[in-house]
Design a protein around this ligand. Sequence first.
Ligand code: NOJ
Length: 726
Amino acid sequence: MSSLLFPILLTAAAYAKAKTALAKLTNTNKAALATGMGWEKGPCVGNIAAITAIGFPELCLQDGPLGVRYAPGVTAFPAGITTGSTWDTSLMYARGNALGTESKALGVHVQLGPVAGPLGKIPQVEYEMHLSDWKLNRIGWKELGSFSNDPYLAGVAMAQTVTGMQAASVQACAKHFIGNEQEHDRSSMSSNIDDRALHELYLWPFTEAVKANVSFVMCSYNKVGPAWACENGTLITNILKNELDFQGWVVSDWAAQHTTVGSSNAGIDMSMPGDNFGDNKFVWGVALVSAVSSNQVAQSRLDDIALCILAGWYFLGQENSYPTITGWSSWSTATSGAPSVSGTHNTVAQAIARDGIVLLKNSNNALPLKKPASLAVVGYDAVLNPQGANACVDRDCDNRTLAKGWDSGTAQFPHLIAPLDAIKAQASTDGTVLATSTSDTPSAGDSAAASAATALVFINADLGEGYITVEGNAGDCNNLDSWHNGNDLAAAVAALNKKTIVVIHSVGPLILESILTLPSVVAVVWAGIPSQESGNGLVDVLYGSTNPSGKLPFTIAKAAADYGTSGLFIDYRHFDKNSIVPRYEFGFGLSYTMFSYSNLFISALRAATPSAGIAPGGLKSLYDVAATVSATITNGTVEGKEVAQLYVSLPSDSAGASGNPIKQLRGFSKLDLKPGGSGKVVFELRRKDLSFWDTGNKSWIVPTEKFGVVIGASCRDGRLTGTLGS
Ligand code: NOJ
């Protein structure tokens, strides 16, 4: 851990207890504390043996960011990307807290989430791999866990999730540190990220997690530059522990560690799962004790490792009557006596599934549906897998409605409300005659839609983790098209000249041009990866009991080739720089009402003189409030929520700022307003929000000239514009 600011007040008591316990441990104990018991050697995906002398229990580390993996009786929460698209900090917190509560009740000490990244679309970093083997526009599975490819939005969501989880006494894990932007060749490729992009983009969400006191960080499979992420002292010790002042512990991703001495001297603190997936060969354990005896690893490093792990455990109060694992194991389907822990968390899952929905198109108020006399529901994606929601291992199939992707971050569905189930219930209340076609065959869709005035067409696009290949997609998706020719299905139905409403379940952006150009496609709804309450959340929005309020956490382009960035220019930064018009820009989302923006207020810049640079040890002052911006939002005729977004343009000036993105998200606020109601959004800009990373001085610098400030409804829908500074 860092000695610069250590100990911070919050953890001083935990460190004191940890030091007392440490004094009772032998080197063998300390190494055991840092080394997993081996793959499948305990009930969790990662297990540390108990040390009875200090009352330390067998420690359970369990996936994942969307729910407690392999456990019965849990809630299967919406994916990170759907949580991100709510832009709702209270829902981000509630999801983290519910995940933490369920983990604790099941005896899980460390929840392996949340996930930061991937931030940009490939290839925004350079890869040491055969580019001929590379398909543009692959998107890594980790978007299932991650919230957005914008570092600011992802950072807020990371911090809220960590705070929520840890308020439930469960240690959170920010992962995968760092540059794990793709599944393809994840264990052999290198993400070569320049220092400025590292700080301003990839490190940003981790920094917010550290600021939220995250207990630990997982280093990733890939290399960063010449060194493996888990063997990279520059990243782990110099940047994460010293510069960011991270005081928790660093765990290897599963078998991402390569050497005994290199990884310990680089600064990692725990080896997982211990052996290499069951080969009984331990990189640490006795090998670490020997490395200390032979002075290849300092005694102080081993002490530091053990201290961090103990301090994290004490910090969350896990020494006080923590539940033990009862009646479940990752490696058995028998669940006798396991507690049911989901409580009322289905309401959190439904609120996210609903408020994460982004209404992309709504011509002539086609939505909300108002007791239609007839309605056709078309598409494979509208219904439940006949073999059951959990039929595919780690959800490794796209077999009917897509509510989760495939990966180690998945959880068992307690139930899955498919869209058609929820629509049927509503149709029966409304007296609507339903016609259905639950295949992706265009002719079948046409027959079903022929008799109805309005057709809802469901399409999807899945992705997952690289240890499984689904329909030719080895984790990352091969392209940005809907699966099973979904665009063709939608086009066939639209050709009937019915009012056609397309609903999309996807992990990330899709190219929708062939659908959007059809005049009878009157509405398009992006419903993300909604998980167990999918149909319920969707019906709330389709029928207008809830006004849609989600906004895109990424850009939807007109063509796949419009993406493709380098350095700082990911997502909307790239479109801005290259004057490319996206189809739907970052931050975009329609509502059934209209919001107006007024009363822009921009305070003076509080720093009297520009910063001469904030050195790493001065990290805390980076978070001082430097300026306040506010505005009034007024609602139209229907109750609804608006996400007001603040974008800042850094000046290129004498302080050295140049090559900045045209604008960057630096604040957002979601207001719930009655018809005709108004409310105030207030954004506090921290010094870091107004800084750039100076690679020469290795410090954050606030430029000296005027900043552009825009408050708007998306990154391209600015409503109020002003300047900050003089
Ligand atoms: C590999 C994944 O990258 C990581 O996120 C997960 O926690 C571990 N496997 C354990 O399942």
